[in-house]
Design a protein around this ligand. Structure first.
Ligand code: PDD
Length: 284
């Protein structure tokens, strides 16, 4: 079924939405994006995603073409126009169309596009089975805190993981886990402490990460925000990823080594349950 998408102020059939070959998002990956989950036709963690969008734009000096009210309105309208019950909204803002020039000009007008994709977010079979990951070097640029569309390396890492029979890659830098190819990586130590990388330029400030850590602390789980090694991860009691469309996703194998008893651990399951419950209660 053909979707209705949003492009620069217009609602269009997906086949009619055209972007110039001169768009800097296309020639230089000069663009940022956000992915927001939809459950029950409502937006999950919307305010976090909207705030990070502004931050990414600010870091690159791109102006948001919509104000805060308009931004929420187009999110709501795209869900309604496509009758999406469960899935996600992908939003991208590029610097806009310009002659190919490494020097960034101030004149380009940002290109704003949005589309929806349906997906079983709650009844994700991997939430029950858990996923396997393999470690790979983190060869991305050093400003991973900006949610840019330069995703070639993460797509290569995920594809290489699949070729090795795994579901995802955990990326490693100087012996420490940075994050998964498109999710935040976490472990739970044998004493029940949740360990997750502290925020810096080397990881994306995950919106699901922030909510999950708040919920964990409120549930009395001890949280340590610090780098952890691949070795520490392999010795952990539990491991999991967080991201907008997978929520809290158990990791049960790292480089072929079973984590815990090889099934989703109790703290991971509890965090997924309370994440889902609390996000449904606050969905917009
Ligand atoms: N990816 N780290 C990276 C590198 C990511 O690409 C993502 C999200 C996250 C988790 O962030 P959040 O919880 O805000 O979704 C961490 C999105 C979902 C994607 O590219 O599809």
């Amino acid at each position: 079924m053909s979707r209705t998408v949003y492009l620069n102020g217009e609602w269009l059939d997906e086949a009619d939405a055209k972007i110039s070959i001169f768009d800097r998002g296309y020639t230089f990956a000069d663009a940022i994006y956000e992915v927001t989950a939809i459950v029950g036709g409502k937006l999950i963690d919307y305010h976090g995603h909207a705030a990070r969008l502004q931050r990414s734009l600010g870091e690159l000096g791109i102006e948001c073409p919509l104000n805060a009210d308009e931004l929420l309105a187009v999110h709501r309208e795209i869900v309604a126009r496509n009758n999406v019950v469960e899935g996600m909204i992908y939003l991208q803002i590029s610097r806009g169309v310009d002659d190919r020039n490494f020097l960034i000009s101030k004149d380009a007008k940002p290109t704003f596009s949005m589309f929806t994709q349906t997906k079983d977010v709650i009844e994700n079979p991997y939430a029950k089975s858990g996923i396997s990951v393999v470690s790979m070097p983190d060869w991305r640029w050093e400003r991973r805190d900006i949610k840019t569309v330069q995703l070639l390396y993460p797509t290569m890492a995920k594809s290489q993981a699949a070729a090795k029979g795994a579901d995802d890659a955990w990326l490693i830098e100087d012996g420490f886990v940075t994050e998964a190819s498109s999710a935040t990586a976490h472990i739970v130590k044998q004493d029940g402490t949740l360990v997750t990388r502290d925020l810096s330029h080397v990881i994306l400030p995950g919106i699901t990460r922030a909510s999950t850590l708040d919920l964990a602390r409120a549930a009395g789980i001890k949280v340590e925000e610090r780098p952890f090694t691949l070795g520490e991860a392999k010795e952990a009691a539990e491991a999991f990823n967080t991201s907008a469309t997978n929520f809290v996703l158990p990791v049960v194998r790292i480089d072929g080594q079973q984590i815990g008893d090889g099934t989703p651990g109790p703290i991971t399951k509890k965090l997924r349950d309370i994440y889902v419950e609390s996000r449904l209660a606050t969905a917009l």
